[in-house]
Design a protein around this ligand. Structure first.
Ligand SMILES: [Zn+2]
Ligand SMILES: [Zn+2]
Length: 100
């Protein structure tokens, strides 16, 4: 069976690359965690793909939270400086409204 011959050494293969699905034998296989790969390049590609995929999920929410925090701090500082230092009427009014 041609599909069960190792891509590296042409010995009978009993593993399969997780990235490119090529058959690979137990001697040439690159195991990473619970997955098997035909080459280090394939293992790295899979890790990169996985990291990017995971990074987008939590990264997007994380960025939003960070942005909200930064905006809140900047807004607070700007308001405070505007009212106490620059004596901008709008800022003084706003600070009074929120009880500062
Ligand atoms: Zn092999
Ligand atoms: Zn591969």
């Amino acid at each position: 069976m041609a599909s069960n011959i190792c891509v590296s050494c042409h010995a009978p293969a009993n593993e399969r690359c997780h990235t490119c699905h090529k058959p690979v034998c137990g001697k040439c296989v690159v195991p990473v965690g619970s997955n098997t790969f035909c080459t280090k390049a394939c293992a790295e590609n899979y890790a990169k793909f996985n990291a990017r995929y995971k990074g987008e999920g939590s990264g997007f929410v994380g960025k939003l939270v960070k942005l909200a925090v930064v905006l809140a701090i900047l807004g607070g500082v700007a308001l405070f400086v505007g009212a106490k230092v620059l004596k901008i009427g709008f800022c003084v009014e706003l600070l009074k409204k929120i009880g500062m």
